[in-house]
Design a protein around this ligand. Structure first.
Ligand code: KIV
Length: 257
């Protein structure tokens, strides 16, 4: 029987070159389905703001939103490692603010780790949290909480200067003690260079196949999204199936059948 995932399991998987599967989920029912499908890590992403709460970015998501969704996922999981995103504004002011938010989330939800966005400038915070017992997942490359600054959700690291800066971000976050590092929307060769040169497991999303793990958003895998990003391959078409099913039921209701 498969044991509960831990930070040690994730580190060991990199050593054994075993590719891990991460998936987002936002409620207990979805967490149970992810578990049944053999997912290793469930990420309660602040993408919940865009796919469930109707916002056009992750910026409006609050700590309360993350506590609600993450505690629901924790109730639905059995073996998977559960990671909760720290939402925008809840950790960037200081390392002390980051610890206060992380401890609140860990205590109120029962999740295993937190994730935060940012490179070299967040390394001191990652070290501060790690030294105090918090399992931290980093997130670099296209970091959605910076969309207002970037101006779009486009790939990062396509020119040499940006690629070097992302590479240095990876080294800094890995050396600061992160348990894993999400690489979002960066060129595959840069993701491979990072993966080959750090001991921390990398988790790719739109970053090629060389990463130690892959993560996708629930709605993108299942074909539930209105706009699936170009790097995500839908493995079902549940949005269309849902519209067909609900329309058929609605017709039956109107026909009094
Ligand atoms: O919020 C999220 O779902 C994420 C993944 C896209 C990595 O951060």
């Amino acid at each position: 029987m498969k044991k509960r995932m831990t930070a040690a399991t994730l580190r060991a998987a990199k050593t054994k070159q075993k590719t891990m599967v991460w998936l987002t989920a936002y409620d207990a029912g979805s967490a149970r389905i992810a578990e049944e499908s053999g997912v290793d890590v469930i990420l309660v992403g602040d993408s919940v703001g865009m796919v469930n709460l109707g916002y056009d970015s992750t910026i409006p998501v609050t700590v309360e939103d993350m506590v609600l969704h993450t505690s629901s996922v924790v109730r639905g999981r059995n073996k998977a490692w559960v990671v909760c995103d720290l939402p925008f504004g809840s950790y960037q002011t200081s390392k002390e603010q980051a610890f206060a938010t992380s401890s609140l989330i860990l205590q109120q939800t029962g999740c295993d780790a937190i994730k935060l966005e940012g490179g070299t400038h967040m390394a001191e915070t990652v070290r501060f949290l790690s030294e105090r017992g918090v399992a931290v997942v980093g997130h670099i490359g296209m970091t959605p909480q910076s969309v207002k600054n970037f101006g779009s959700f486009r790939t990062r690291g396509s020119n040499t200067a940006e690629a070097e800066s992302i590479y240095n971000d990876a080294l800094a976050i890995a050396q600061a003690g992160a348990v894993a590092l999400v690489l979002e929307c960066i060129p595959a060769d840069l993701a491979k260079r990072i993966t080959d040169n750090i001991g921390t497991p990398t988790v790719g999303i739109g970053a090629g196949k060389a990463c130690d793990a892959q993560v996708l958003v629930w709605h993108d895998v299942l074909g539930l999204s209105e706009n699936t990003p170009p790097f995500a391959k839908p493995y079902a078409n549940l949005r269309e199936q849902a519209v067909t099913a609900i329309s058929a039921w609605a017709d039956d209701v109107r026909d009094k059948t």
